[in-house]
Design a protein around this ligand. Sequence first.
Ligand code: KIV
Ligand code: ZN
Length: 518
Amino acid sequence: MTKDRVLIFDTTLRDGEQSPGATMTHDEKLEIAELLDDMGVDIIEAGFPIASEGDFRAVSEIAERSKNSVICGLARAQLPDIDRCAEAVKKAAKPRIHTFIGTSPLHRAIPNLTQDEMAERIHETVTHARNLVDNVQWSPMDATRTEWDYLCRVVEIAIKAGASTINIPDTVGYTAPRESADLIKRLIETVPGADEVIFATHCHNDLGMATANALAAVEGGARQIECTINGLGERAGNTALEEVVMAMKVRGDIMPFDTGIDTKKIMHISRRVATVSGFAVQFNKAIVGKNAFAHESGIHQDGMLKNAETFEIMRPEDVGIAGTSLPLGKHSGRAALRAKLNDLGIEVGDNQLKDIFVRFKELADRKKEVFDDDILALVSTAEDDGNQINLVNLKVVCGTGGQAEAELELEIDGQDVTAICKGDGPVDATFKAVRKLHPNTARLQLYQVNAVTEGTDAQATVSVRLEEDGIVATGQSADTDTVVASAKAYIQALNRLLVRRSKVGPGADAKEISYKDV
Ligand code: KIV
Ligand code: ZN
């Protein structure tokens, strides 16, 4: 291995799966292992074979199927653990046993071993593992809280017993970047034989410094980073694979290290791990969060449209995201709205854009995020001007205490008129009020409601089809209030029916008029 290569050791299936609630099924583990192997992870820690029959089966099958990655199993410093682990990884083309013991005073107290007794146990177990496989990794758990002299002593013992990778875990996420770099550097300088093995870093995120600590350890001389997809792991999680890999890629000028990772596969595996583990990725998580490549504010969107580098330090395509998203919200400007309309294949003149922008801002004030379908709905609403009937005001009282009542104010041919009607539910009351104010014999052929976007603040799109004397017209409207959308759709259909009737007269052949035709 060249000195500028950093090995990526992924422990999503072991340390990650250990986080409460993140248990994956056998098939899900196989799927994730395959994705890790495919993306170029050097070592996959596939599980803890002694922990359960299921873990053993998963590690064995992953070992058997692995193509390129080293397949590693975890084992405590006990001979039966190590035997079981060796059995599980034996079918891998490149098997590894990872054995560990807690070396800090707090951890030594649990098995109640003296320093000498523990040193002896380390010698015995690493030697045993090395007799079973060529590739042995050893970890002094809670290394960052282990006495310096004792840490040097046990690391030396493990190297002499045949471990080729020495992992230095910050088990409780206690260290800080400068200390993390120093610790590895001093171990490499101090421990006899250290230059013949690879030092690894394994950081937990209790103080939010796992990724920074891992990268600092690399500066100190570590050449293997232990990490998980999405930073999954015990408590606050582990170093996130995507963060260390992208940090080294983007800041190659100050971190001149290569990983063999195909970064374009990051987003896909991140989503799969989120789905199978049930641990959703927070929106603002670096690299893989929903908002990592999203820009809402008008200034940022304008900058992004002129030059993506103004607000992005990496390309979304590099991590497998189709592209930057400029979600439209109340901070968005006209440039972003025009860009979105163009994306949707809609060309608008300046005046039309002004009009749509006003409606868009009104909507954005009521909704957190405005989606493509919202925009389409706004555009079609904006197409209808100069109608004979316009909605002025609608108030509806409904609930469990009796019939719904709608108070409707319309402007018909320039005159404001009001009606109050009761009905079977708010929509029925509203439609009755429309008919009272503009009597007609149109028959309601279709009434359909769809939520065009997600969430309880979603816009409802209501479609209405009216038929009168063989003339058919449809209306469609979107609003966060379903009853308002219904009233608007009904009125739109009625307006179109009136236009159609004035053109063809009653009795024409029944023909559907799409709202786009009017
Ligand atoms: O955090 C830790 O110390 C571990 C060890 C088993 C390496 O996960
Ligand atoms: Zn850990």
